[in-house]
Design a protein around this ligand. Structure first.
Ligand SMILES: [Zn+2]
Length: 431
């Protein structure tokens, strides 16, 4: 037997070790110990972690890498970020948006991030960001799965023309219906926008992913409307609520009623820990609230949770390097989810859970899945989060599309080892 590619001696995210992964015709043909075959390309994983690719289910690719244009966000708030984006919007060109997006995708690939759901602002008569990202979606298709959400950044009702532009964007081929109910002028408008947008999704047979309650206001309860509309319109399993940060500040009794309703409606939750720890709580003195939704409680009720990066070097967030392990790292700190199982969950939230939210086909390491994989310089998911290590090989459909050399430091100290490799530092008892 002769395969296109075999990876030998891999450790998988589920803990299995000594696994060989054979790939043929762009798919995984087998993943088991001791595959007795030849291959065109042979990779020795040497016991290190091979994972399906990282997945970012909440991002803004039209804004990424625009940091500083036309100025920086002084207050650090969501609202100044939106205002700043509004200043930049008239200055955008389709070419510049596409170029920034393509450069971001290069960075994503280098980090083993091969699927991204991006919101794209439709509050612009010209829809040039939509045109740019539709074009980018096709250009990157061979190496990165890009989903587009029609996002009325300035409010579906609040921004004149937003409703028509959102329809036009969907007509052009944008995949998913978005929204921003907490940015409408009144609670009633916000709720009405949720209804209108869910009806559009139902009529067009599309998924919904709404920015929902991205505020510290405990009375921002648009998730309740989103839940009700999901059930009324039969959208179960096709709806995600992004951010849901007001839940952090809500009354406990109210949340105890809300969570079972969300579970019943089959809504997924997407938390964006890096951005919300930075932009929420800005009106607080001390103690300052954490800007993240109630992840352990959502999970306890069986609600699917995934993590998104949201922003990289844009009007809302000035850091980031397309590394979903940074997202997982921040999330487990913010949510106090530091048990071994909870840290493994954080890894799932930027891989398989995010893939489920995006409805990605052929994702995973089982035979028949597309042969998309990342070999990390780490031995298990917790170590990967601790180290944020080199992506030694990034593989798409059985072909290596990015390589990074291992990071090993040469030590020049008398009587001490000659090299330091971070992955050798985990105490035996921890594994
Ligand atoms: Zn967002």
């Amino acid at each position: 037997m002769n395969f296109d590619l075999i990876i030998r001696n891999a450790t998988l995210p589920d803990g299995r070790s000594g696994i060989d992964i054979a790939c043929e015709g762009g798919l995984i043909a087998a993943a088991e110990p001791g595959i007795n075959a030849e291959a065109g390309t042979l990779i020795d994983a040497a016991g290190q972690l091979v994972t399906p690719p990282f997945v970012d289910c909440h991002f803004h690719m039209d804004a990424t890498l625009s940091l500083g244009q036309p100025r920086l966000n002084d207050s650090g708030t969501l609202l100044e970020g939106i205002a700043l984006w509004g200043e930049l919007k008239p200055l955008l060109t389709q070419e510049a948006v596409a170029e920034r997006a393509l450069r971001y995708c290069d960075l994503a690939v280098s980090q083993g991030l091969l699927a991204v759901r991006t919101h794209v602002d439709v509050c612009d008569e010209r829809l040039l960001a939509v045109e740019a990202l539709l074009d980018v979606r096709e250009k990157v298709r061979p190496y990165l799965d890009l989903q587009l959400v029609a996002f009325p950044q300035d409010g579906y009702f609040r921004s004149p023309g937003a409703a028509e532009n959102l329809d036009r964007a969907l007509d052009k081929g944008v995949d998913i219906v978005g929204g921003i109910p907490h940015f409408e002028r009144t609670m009633a408008d916000g709720a009405a926008s949720v209804t209108a947008l869910c009806e559009i999704a139902a009529n067009r047979d599309l998924m919904v992913d709404m920015h929902c309650d991205e505020t510290d206001d405990p009375m921002s309860r648009h998730i309740e409307t989103l839940t009700a509309e999901t059930q009324r319109l039969g959208l179960t399993g096709r709806v995600a609520g992004s951010h849901l940060t007001s839940m952090h500040s809500m009354d406990n009794y109210y949340v105890s009623k809300l969570l079972p309703l969300m579970a019943e409606a089959g809504i997924a939750a997407i938390a964006n820990p890096l951005i919300n720890i930075a932009i929420q709580g800005r009106h607080d003195t001390y103690p300052k609230r954490r800007g993240m939704t109630r992840v352990p409680e959502l999970l306890h009720h069986g609600i699917p949770v995934a993590y998104g990066h949201d922003c990289v070097m844009d009007p809302w967030y000035s850091l980031g390097q397309a590394d979903m392990l940074e997202v997982a790292f921040m999330a487990l700190h913010v949510a106090h989810m530091t048990s071994r199982d909870e840290m493994r969950f954080a890894f799932q939230a930027v891989t398989e859970n995010a893939a489920k939210v995006m409805n990605l086909e052929g994702y995973g390491l089982a035979p028949g899945c597309r042969a998309d994989m990342v070999l990390l310089q780490a031995r298990d998911p917790i170590e990967a989060i601790r180290l944020k290590p080199a992506r030694l090989k990034v593989i798409r459909a059985g072909r290596v599309i990015a390589e990074t050399p291992p990071q090993v430091t040469q030590l020049r100290l008398d009587g001490r080892p000659e090299t330091v490799d971070g992955k050798d530092y985990q105490p035996k008892a921890a594994g």
